[in-house]
Design a protein around this ligand. Structure first.
Ligand SMILES: *Cc1c(COP(=O)(O)O)cnc(C)c1O
Length: 420
């Protein structure tokens, strides 16, 4: 069981809303920092342990800055993410570049920054050579195919577009070595939002064994094993978070059994988690506009699916707290909706809640990763502000809300000059 509490009172939120109208995202700085510290503590045995935060989960410089201070690197998947990371001050191998279907100019930019480049296919060795030159450090993303089953979110590895398949992975290292790479990384990412502890141990086992095989076949000793992201979070109150201490203990044994025994120690052990870092500590705060009674009872919010699309596209559960009504029994059932002209624009269906009135604040939990970031502008919906909740409970604006001018910026109204 995870207790679903918000880190502020109704009064705090109303005060914040005086200055920053709803809807807005609120990230809890203290909780995120503590969470990262616990993650690092759990893996303190692991050589070079680092989490390269997946920028796509929460692409905001203030969040990245905070994670940098806590010792994280960044995992980027595009040019804008690389440039944002550079602006925040991430340098060289603090940056991982894990992309797919990558244009040559992005390889070139990643190389300019000295990032660890994770290649998604054996043919990308040539693409890299032509666009940026073979780097001293080269990493490959491995796709185990039918050796592993993925999960619902990411799908079956055999159906996945990602990574170097089993029958080409040894050849990939050999080729990169022949072309001049001298240092090597090994990466995989086979699950997303996975809550089963043993899954991560199996992934580690698979990669440690593969590292031994690569060494035996090619003489190449990978110096970095990247276990990817995908550690899930307990979205539902009855979900159990991944037991990182147990996962770490099991991984350590495997590390000794494979890596140390083969004489390959030390190999840096890293992750590129996004969701489990910021997800549970970010909230979407919105206000109730209307409560209507049709064939069902509806709560209409000033936020919509354009602010948080996970419920609409995945049917994902996000717990809802009504500040000030935490202690009332949840004996009303509502569909909680937004204002989009799409009937999938529902944050919750048949959700038991206390009786709701217009003007109530509603807080959506676990929105700190893949929340704001997946937002969109359909129906001319403007994107919300993002706020950082400081330790003294004040809120710092870390991204202002979009304006109509922002929305019109890329448009060309007739008669207006087109500037390129
Ligand atoms: C999305 C992604 C991540 C982060 O996933 P989380 O579920 O947020 O931990 C890490 N690595 C790669 C390659 C990804 O595509």
């Amino acid at each position: 069981m995870s207790e679903k509490k918000i880190p502020v009172t109704k009064e705090d939120l109303e005060n914040i809303a005086l200055e920053h109208p709803t809807p807005f995202y609120l990230y809890d700085e203290k909780a995120i920092r503590e969470n990262v510290r616990n993650f690092y503590k759990a893996f303190s045995w692991a050589p070079g342990f680092k989490n390269y935060f997946a920028v796509k989960a929460c692409p905001n410089p203030a969040v990245l800055q905070m994670l940098k201070e806590e010792g994280c690197g960044v995992d980027c998947s595009s040019l804008p993410e690389l440039l944002m990371s550079e602006k925040v001050g991430f340098k060289g191998e603090e940056i991982m570049f894990t992309s797919n279907d990558t244009p040559p100019e992005e390889f070139a930019e990643a190389a300019r920054l000295g990032a660890v480049i994770n290649l998604d296919d054996i043919s990308h060795v040539n693409t890299l050579e032509q666009s940026a030159g073979i780097q001293e450090m080269v990493s490959f993303r491995y796709n185990p195919g039918d050796l592993r089953s993925g999960n619902v979110l990411i799908g079956d590895p055999q159906e996945a577009k990602y990574g170097v398949p089993r029958d080409k992975i040894i050849e990939a290292y050999r080729l990169a070595g022949e072309k001049g790479a001298r240092r090597f990384g090994l990466h995989t990412m086979v699950a997303s939002n996975e809550l089963e502890d043993s899954y991560f141990v199996e992934t580690a086992c698979m990669l440690f064994e593969l590292a031994v095989n690569i060494y035996r076949e090619t003489g190449i000793n990978v110096e970095l094993i990247n276990l990817g992201g995908g550690i899930g979070i307990p979205y539902r109150p009855e979900d159990k978070p991944v037991d990182l201490n147990w996962v770490s203990k099991e991984m350590k044994e495997l590390y000794n059994r494979f890596i140390v025994k083969e004489g390959l120690d030390p190999v840096n052990i890293v992750f590129e988690c996004g969701r489990m870092i910021t997800g549970p500590y970010g909230y979407l705060v919105s206000r109730v506009r209307h409560v209507t009674h049709k064939y069902k009872d509806y709560v209409g919010l000033d936020a919509c699916m354009a602010n948080l699309m996970r419920p609409g596209i995945y049917g994902a559960y996000h717990h809802i707290t009504v500040p000030g009504k935490e202690h009332l029994s949840r004996d009303y059932y509502y569909d909680v909706t937004g204002s989009l002209c799409e009937n999938i624009d529902k944050f919750a269906v048949d959700r038991p809640l206390p009786e709701i009135e217009p003007g109530d604040l509603l807080v959506m939990h676990d929105a700190g990763a893949h929340g704001y970031a997946m937002g969109f502008n359909y129906n001319g919906k403007l994107r919300s502000a993002e706020l950082l909740l400081k330790e003294d409970r004040s809120a710092q604006l870390i991204r202002r809300a979009e304006t109509i001018d922002d929305y019109f910026t890329t448009l060309r109204f007739s008669g207006a000059p087109v500037s390129l």
